[in-house]
Design a protein. Structure first.
Length: 391
């Protein structure tokens, strides 16, 4: 065990910081979530700027700090793919050797027919689509027929959308469990996601009752190792879903990023030690997938305004890390995730100085660092940067 007793790990879902060298293989040339947003609209991020966000690389409106308060750098995704499961698993030490399967023309007919038989309903959709767009387009037909809307994306995901007044949430969850048996157990798909929505025609909105059913990791993750060592692991937001509930001692589901920040601060006040692992998903679901540049900018600024609450709750023996899991550039025509570097800002009260962590070869470097903190390593992948952060 190191001299650090607690790690707070905050993932800003989809806040990438520039395309990876292999972005062209994914159709993501030019993707640069933070960079392109800063180019298109004015962005005011004084707290992140002071920590050193602009020291990672040039960002319009976020200049380098002459005295950054955090160690700063960026990480490369070593695993193939660009989805949330892959990104979070790699942060937790799992580097995949092949991507999860995707279905750019929709799922095979036999898959859909089996799903329909198991749930006792015909379906709508079965196409690659934006979630908000397909609900707007097929929502009325769903309400009239009771047929759930099935769709996928560039990620390995089987999504089921249904109006809560037509398909009650527990029934939608049962449908997802049936889909899980068919496409996750049967085909190796990464996730099934329940996408409930409410509202009248023309004003449908998705609710906080989303639930992700992810494939369990093929080997123990950082979370398994930490919790097996008797150290608390507090999962905030969709973290528990992404790890299939494994390696977690307590989960806190959150309907928004604001509530996620509330939960992080509350956990920091309540838990004297352990790993507090949070995902703030609004960047991705509300703004990245909807190509909402101003909305994404506004959410960045909201996080920046609230970040001092997290900083104020820190103790000297805390390690706080802010990072991301992939990109989702709202300035490009695509509404899907993008293959990008992710930023890493690491703050330790025991730091002697703030250093440039450079470009890390894998997200697993972060997992290896946390494993070293808790004395549960080494993980199979990654190189710890703990000695750079806390001298």
């Amino acid at each position: 065990m190191s001299h650090i007793d607690r790690v707070i790990l905050v993932v800003l879902d989809s806040v990438g910081i520039g395309e990876l060298p292999d972005a062209g293989r994914y159709g993501d040339e030019g993707s640069d979530t933070l960079g392109n947003i800063c180019r298109q609209v004015d962005v005011h991020l004084p707290t992140l700027q002071q920590l050193g966000l602009g020291n990672i690389r040039p960002l319009r409106g976020v200049p380098p700090s002459p005295t950054p308060q955090a160690c700063f750098g960026r990480m490369v995704e070593a695993s193939p793919g660009k989805d949330s499961v892959t990104g979070h698993w790699e942060i937790a030490g799992i580097v995949l050797d092949r991507p999860f399967p995707t279905f750019p023309r929709g799922f095979p007919l036999e898959v859909i027919e089996r799903f329909e038989r198991e749930v006792g309903r015909k379906t709508l959709g079965n196409e690659v689509a934006s979630g908000t767009e397909i609900i707007e387009r097929l929502g009325d037909a769903h309400v009239a027929s009771g047929k759930p809307i099935v769709y996928t994306s560039a990620d390995s995901v089987f999504q089921i959308a249904a109006h809560e007044d037509i398909v009650p949430v527990p029934e939608l969850y049962r449908m997802c469990e049936a889909a899980y048996r068919i496409v996750v157990d049967g085909l190796g798909v990464g996730r099934v996601i329940a996408r409930p929505f409410v509202g009248p025609s023309g004003a449908y909105v998705r609710t906080a009752n989303r639930h992700d059913y992810a494939m369990p990791s093929p080997e123990p993750t950082l979370l398994d190792r930490v919790s097996d060592a008797g150290v608390p692991v507090i999962a905030i937001g969709k973290i528990s879903d992404l790890f299939a509930g494994r390696g977690i001692t307590r989960k806190v589901l959150t309907p928004s990023d604001d509530s996620g920040i509330d939960a992080v601060v509350a956990a920091m006040r309540e838990e004297p030690d352990g790993l507090i692992f949070a995902n703030l998903v609004d960047f991705d679901t509300k703004y990245g997938h909807r190509n909402d540049v101003q909305g994404y900018r506004d959410n960045l600024e909201r996080f920046d305004r609230r970040l001092p609450e997290i900083l104020a709750a820190r103790r000297q023996d805390d390690l706080l890390v802010i990072t991301a899991d992939h990109g989702n550039d709202p300035t490009t025509p695509s509404t899907d995730h993008s293959r990008e570097h992710v930023p890493v800002l690491a703050i330790c009260g025991l730091c002697a100085n703030q250093v440039d962590l450079g470009t890390r070869e894998t997200f697993a470097d972060l997992g290896q660092t946390v494993a070293e903190v808790f004395g549960v390593g080494p993980l199979r992948h990654g190189a710890s940067f703990l000695k750079s952060v806390c001298l």
